[in-house]
Structure formats: structure tokens, C-alpha cells
Design a protein around this ligand. Structure first.
Ligand SMILES: *Cc1c(COP(=O)(O)O)cnc(C)c1O
Length: 723
């Protein structure tokens, strides 16, 4: 009965089908195809995808954050009836559905990875779509892009993460710029998820012993094209409420709970896959959170009779590890008592005494004062490790060299795969339409090939400029509306709200800066020299407007203070109608910003930006990067495709900040503004557009997720296939 290419028996596919049929039954019959589309996020990266939902009830679609399940559940009967009689809409839906079905029916990539033995991609967060808020920032955005690109390439991959019942926090800034956080419940029945059940219709449940109790977890499945994403959920009636809370919030602030999350992600994920009949050929630990997974593989081998050495070798042989940041908060340490209290018997079950176990999480195993950190564990328990840009590879080799005391730094076995972005997700429909005309029909399939992008040189100035103008106009109108709503909600005075109404014009040079408000991202450089920023904003012949956004981690007081520092300039001249901070940075905000901004600024303190990906998203939309030569930009900048600030490592931070802020103002004032406003007789900034073309041509192929996934498949996963 077993056939290797058949799907595993308990993989949740039939549960998703049942959920979809249940939804279809509640709709007027002609709308049944929409229920099928809604249960696979594949629609979200098809050009016609979101239009078929938006057309049913455009206002509700915005209001419910583009959530197709809620749309179909909550739209009034009258509106559904109207949609059911809308022939063009039904035709479009049919086309989208056929596109999805054809995509799912393509043969899989050859090689070792199969539905029974896929690459399992483990991550604490996934930014698949704005309607599924289980992500915080760049790590999640990258994870979502990897699943989508794997689907496009036909790679047999599955994602494994946690189903956070309250997702990540929503942000509201008060009038002083202080961040307030609140959480919404994330109802699994209101997203395209289905609980994985067994042949008797009972949820598949696995147990993970934590804190002296057996914690039960169930499994949700969400489809991202051809890639299933499995999310573990401790919200079971049998569990103690303390244990149900483990999967409450992403990066929950309570430390023992956070450690328990990582244990579920590492140990629980392997048990869940086993229960579903899935035996991954490669386990990709995307950041250290899931680093207990290879130890769980070893435990199972020993339980099956393997000797300890062979069992550990097998765990290591299957595991690859990607480190995503040199920043301390991303390489968090736990002390002995915390580890003992949460993991209780696990070390003994894997044949180690407690001290031996602790040594695995230390850089210097014999130093009893060193905390237990997941990153050294991940590096020790994997057969391959990598950073996420060329420069980050160097930084990571230096940082983790003590793990390999006999090796010189440059031979430390930590390589790099530079991040990339899923182009169909991040390119705006307008830019995609333009590139479709000049790069050839199938250009997205060859997005990693530099030849593909040569066609950008053939795009006439008028067309390129007109698309950039449209994108900026869409964005400034969005930014204006959001600004007015944010200012009203913050209780700003009338004149301040009205300034937003007058400001944010479609023809002004628009600069964007949006990212997590972590200290090393140095958002405060923007206002470090108030007199210069005032001069810059006061230039009426070359007007500039600045749009900002970003969340600080709820515990990160330094990050929160950096936003307040910006808000202290609220009342400075020209700020009210030319500078705005948009609350609640998310995939939705990011999509608008990276397509509409002319210049995308990044000011990390080198060498702390492992990669950065938002600038790549801006680049594929024809935005220009102005960034510190750190992370991806250190290998992307070539003198013609954007602007750069020095990337050297300085020990006097105050001196470095002063120098970098001055360099930033100089560049903006003397190069960026004049170039943008230097127009020919047609009103077109031809020299600016030359830079835009250079940026598209050089960054497009190198920082696409297609190139990144090829690197992972060829160099890291080693699946016996090259693409
Ligand atoms: C792309 C993205 C990020 C990552 O941006 P960086 O350049 O790494 O700071 C963070 N958050 C969201 C919502 C994104 O879309």
C-alpha cells in the first residue's frame, strides 16, 4: 500500500479539504471556488489573486486585513448573492483556481526530498501573509519568503512553527511617541487552518514533558502553495492553563514560558512530524530557537536501539543551521536553574547528565558561569551552519571561533547564504506589469539570472518615471490617510492633524525608514543634528517628506525611547506636514512603503546588521537604497546603484554616530535631492532613472529568493539535485 510519492497518511490535507467544503457549503453555490482558493495562500502571490476577494466587499476586505476566510464567513448574504451573480468575477475566480490547481499538480523537484522525507524548515515566526500575524520582523519575513520560493521551485519542504493564540502585539503610539502594546485573539477558525486529525477524526496530539508535566500539543496545517506549514498549539483542554499559555504570544516576555516555546518548537516539532508519518531528510533550524530538534532526533534513534554515538551522528547529519544576528538579544542565554526547571528530564533521556547537557549550550564548555545559549547548540548539532550575508558570515566566524579552538578564524565552518526576497510577493502590481512588458513573460521563473534583468535598460524614461510616480501617488495617499487617523487617535491638536491633510504630496521626494526599533538600527541618527534636519525639511524648492514606522520589542526600553526621541521633534518647523510615523508596522505597511518610497534608508551600527531585507524589497520596486555598508548592502553597492555610508567598526559610538549622521545629511542634501529634482525638458529626472535601472539590474537577480533557495539547495541541503 505504501507508495513513496504518495502523501503521508495523517498530514492534514484531508482536514483542510473538509474545512474548505464546510465553508463552501455556507456560500451560494457559484462561490464554491472561492472557498477552495481561500484555503491556500497561493492566491496571495498571483496577480489576480487578491482582486477576486476584494471585489466581493472592498471595504470589509481592508477592514479585516485581507483575510479571505473571514471575508467569506462575514460578508452579508446580500453581498454574497451579488457576487454569485457577477459573471466576470466568477470567471476571474475560476482562472485563479485553475492557476492554483495547475501549480499544485506540477511534478516535484527531483532528489532526496519527497513528501515523506521533506526538508523541514523550523522557525519561531512566519510572515506568510498580513492576515496571519505570527511574525515580528525580518526573521519571519524571510521564513515566509522561503516557503513561497520552495513552493515555486517545487521543492518538497514543510514549515514548522507555533500557533500563537494571540499572535504578535499591535502597536499604538501615544502623543509623546511612547509605544503601547495590545493583542488580538487569533482564532484558528478565522484563518485558513485545519486541525490535523487521525483516522478516527481525533486531533493528532503529541506530548512534550516540560516543567514536570506532560504538555499536550495539537497541530494546525496552513497551505502556502505546495508547502504545508504546520503550527503546534498547546491550547488543549487537558493542559494546565500555564502550559496552554506557552503558545499564547510570539516571543512572550515571561522567560520560562519563552524557553518552553523553544522546547516545543525543537522537541515537539519532531514528535509531531513522527506522529504524522513524516521523516524529514533535512531539518533546517532557521535561527537557534528550534535547536533542541537534533537532540530529539538522537533520543528517538536511541529509543529505537541505536547506540549513543550513532544516534547523535544521525541528528547532526540531518540538521543544518542558519544564524540570523550577532546581536545579544538574538543569542539569549538561560541559566542553569531555568534550564533545569523547564527541561527537567530531557537531558537524561538523551543520555547526558545535566552538566554535559549544559556544556552543549556553552561556547566554552568548561566555564560553569556561562549561560546556556541555543546558537552554540545549533552550531554543534548541525552538519552545516551559515550566516545570512557575506559580511555576516565573516562576523559569525569570528563570533563563534571559540567553538573551534583549533581552527583559525577563516576556516571556522560557518558559511553564508545571503538572504533574498520573494519577488512575486514584494513587487507591486504596477512594477510587475512594467517588467512583464520588458523582461519577457517568464522572467519571474528566471529571476536569479542576471541576463533576465538586462531588459530594464530598454524601459523608456517616460514609462519608468510614470510607474514610479503612480507608486508614489498611491503611497502618499495611503500615508496621508493613515497619518490623519493616527494623529486623531493620539489626541494631537487640530492644527497637527490638518497639517497631515495638506502634507504628503505625490510629487515630493519621499524617503522611507521602517524596521524594528532596536537600538543598533539607530533611527535616532535622523534627528541627531536638529539644525541640519530642519534645513533639509525647509527646502521648498526641493521638498522632501519622510515616512517612518517600526515596533520595539515590548521589553526593549532602549528601542521605545528611540521612538520617543523622534517624537520630541514633532513641533519643529516643517515636521508636521513632511514627517510622519505610521503606527503598527506590519507586512501591510511594509508593502506600501517599499513600493512607494523613492529612497530607502538603513542606518545600522556595523557590523550588527546580519543582512536586512527591506531594502531588497524597495529595490525590486525601483526604490534606491541609501544605507550603511553592512549586511546585504556591503555586497550589493557598486557606486552606481544607490548610496552608501561607511561600514567600518568604530569603538567610540558617539563619534561614529556624529560622523554617520553628518554623512547622511550630506548625501541627502548634496546628492539625493539635487538628482531627484534635476529634470529634463519633459520634467523627467533622467540621471535618477539611470540609477533606478542600475539598481534593478544589479539587485534584482542577486537578492531574489530564487537565488537564495538555489544556494540552500545546492550548497547546504545537498539533496542530490542541482537547479
Ligand atoms: C522585510 C521586513 C522586515 C525586515 O526588514 P529589515 O530590512 O531586515 O529591517 C521587517 N518587518 C517587516 C514587516 C518586513 O516586511
Amino acid at each position: 500500500m505504501t507508495e513513496t510519492l504518495a502523501a503521508p497518511a495523517l498530514d492534514g490535507a484531508s482536514d483542510l479539504r473538509v474545512a474548505m467544503q464546510d465553508l463552501a457549503e455556507r456560500l451560494p453555490e457559484p462561490l464554491a471556488p472561492l472557498a477552495e482558493i481561500a484555503y491556500n495562500y497561493r492566491w496571495s502571490w498571483m496577480p489576480e489573486g487578491q482582486g477576486v476577494f476584494a471585489a466581493i466587499d472592498p471595504e470589509r476586505w481592508e477592514w479585516i486585513n485581507h483575510n479571505p476566510i473571514r471575508l467569506l464567513q462575514e460578508t452579508s448574504t446580500a453581498a454574497l448573492r451579488r457576487a454569485a451573480a457577477n459573471e466576470p468575477l466568477l470567471h476571474r475566480a475560476q482562472r485563479v483556481l485553475e492557476g492554483i490547481r495547475a501549480d499544485l499538480a506540477r511534478p516535484a523537484l527531483a532528489g532526496r526530498a519527497t513528501p515523506h522525507n521533506p526538508v523541514a524548515f523550523l522557525c519561531a515566526e512566519f510572515a506568510v501573509h498580513r492576515s496571519l500575524p505570527i511574525y515580528a520582523g525580518g526573521l519571519g519575513a524571510l521564513a515566509g519568503d522561503i516557503l513561497k520560493e520552495a513552493s515555486d521551485l517545487g521543492l518538497c519542504m514543510i514549515g514548522v512553527g507555533l500557533f500563537y493564540r494571540q499572535g504578535y502585539f499591535q502597536q499604538r503610539m501615544d502623543r509623546s511617541g511612547y509605544q503601547h502594546e495590545y493583542w488580538f485573539p487569533l482564532d484558528p477558525d478565522r484563518v485558513p487552518a485545519a486541525l490535523v486529525t487521525n483516522s478516527s477524526g481525533e486531533p493528532v496530539v503529541v506530548e512534550v514533558p516540560l516543567r514536570g508535566r506532560g504538555v499536550l500539543v495539537q497541530i494546525w496545517r496552513i497551505d502556502v502553495g505546495r508547502v504545508p506549514l504546520y503550527l503546534l498549539d498547546a491550547h488543549r483542554p487537558e493542559n494546565d492553563p500555564i502550559d496552554s499559555w506557552i503558545t499564547s504570544r510570539l516571543y512572550v516576555t515571561d522567560r520560562p514560558t519563552r524557553l518552553a516555546q523553544y522546547a516545543l518548537l525543537g522537541i515537539g516539532s519532531m514528535r509531531a512530524l513522527e506522529a504524522m508519518g513524516i521523516d524529514p531528510c533535512v531539518v533546517h533550524l532557521n535561527e537557534g530557537h528550534a535547536a533542541l530538534a537534533p537532540l530529539e532526533i538522537a533520543r528517538r534513534r536511541m529509543a529505537q536501539g541505536a547506540d549513543k554515538q550513532a544516534a547523535y551522528a544521525d541528528g547532526r547529519e540531518r540538521t543544518v543551521f542558519t544564524t540570523h544576528t550577532p546581536v545579544g538579544a538574538g543569542n539569549e542565554g538561560y541559566d542553569t536553574s531555568e534550564i533545569g526547571a523547564v527541561l527537567d528530564d530531557f537531558p537524561r533521556e538523551i543520555g547526558l547528565d545535566f552538566e554535559q547537557f549544559l556544556q552543549l549550550g556553552r561556547t566554552h564548555p568548561d566555564n560553569p558561569h556561562e549561560p546556556f545559549v541555543m546558537t552554540p547548540l545549533g552550531i554543534k548539532m548541525s552538519r552545516a551552519a551559515n550566516g545570512v550575508s557575506r559580511r555576516h558570515g565573516e562576523v559569525a566566524r569570528q563570533m563563534w571561533q571559540p567553538l573551534f579552538p583549533e581552527r583559525p578564524v577563516d576556516t571556522v565552518p560557518v558559511g553564508y547564504v545571503t538572504n533574498g526576497v520573494h519577488v512575486p510577493t514584494w513587487i507591486s502590481p504596477r512594477m510587475r506589469g512594467l517588467l512583464d512588458r520588458y523582461l519577457g513573460d517568464d522572467w519571474l521563473l528566471q529571476a536569479a539570472d542576471p541576463e533576465t534583468w538586462k531588459g530594464v535598460d530598454d524601459i523608456p524614461d517616460e514609462e519608468l518615471w510614470s510607474v514610479r510616480n503612480e507608486l508614489r501617488a498611491d503611497f502618499t495617499s495611503y500615508a496621508r490617510d493613515r497619518t490623519i487617523a493616527n494623529r486623531l487617535a493620539r489626541g494631537d491638536p487640530d492644527w497637527y492633524v490638518e497639517a497631515a491633510e495638506r502634507g504628503f504630496r505625490p510629487d515630493r521626494l519621499t524617503i522611507g525608514f521602517a524596521r524594528r526599533l532596536a537600538g543598533y538600527k539607530r533611527i535616532y541618527l535622523l534627528t541627531l543634528d536638529p539644525s541640519r534636519i530642519t534645513t533639509l525639511l525647509g527646502n521648498d524648492s526641493q521638498p522632501v517628506q519622510i515616512v517612518l514606522a517600526g515596533k520595539a520589542h515590548p521589553n526593549d526600553e532602549e528601542g521605545k525611547r528611540s521612538a520617543q526621541g523622534l517624537f520630541a521633534f514633532k513641533d519643529a518647523p516643517h515636521v508636521a506636514d513632511r514627517v510622519t510615523f505610521l503606527d503598527n508596522y506590519s507586512l501591510a505597511t511594509a508593502g506600501h512603503m517599499v513600493s512607494g518610497c523613492d529612497v530607502w534608508v538603513n542606518l545600522p551600527r556595523p557590523p550588527l546588521e546580519a543582512s536586512g531585507t527591506s531594502g531588497m524589497k524597495a529595490a525590486v520596486n525601483g526604490g534606491l537604497n541609501l544605507s550603511v555598508l553592512d549586511g546585504w548592502w556591503a555586497e550589493a553597492y557598486d557606486g552606481s546603484n544607490g548610496w552608501a555610508l561607511p561600514g567600518d567598526v568604530a569603538y567610540d559610538h558617539a563619534v561614529q554616530d556624529g560622523r554617520d549622521a553628518a554623512a547622511l545629511y550630506d548625501l541627502v542634501e548634496h546628492e539625493v535631492m539635487p538628482l531627484f529634482y534635476q529634470r529634463d525638458e519633459r520634467g523627467i529626472p533622467t540621471a535618477w532613472l539611470q540609477r533606478v535601472r542600475a539598481s534593478l539590474r544589479t539587485n534584482g537577480p542577486r537578492f531574489s529568493a530564487t537565488r537564495m533557495m538555489r544556494n540552500y539547495i545546492d550548497n547546504v541541503y545537498q539533496l542530490g539535485v542541482t537547479i
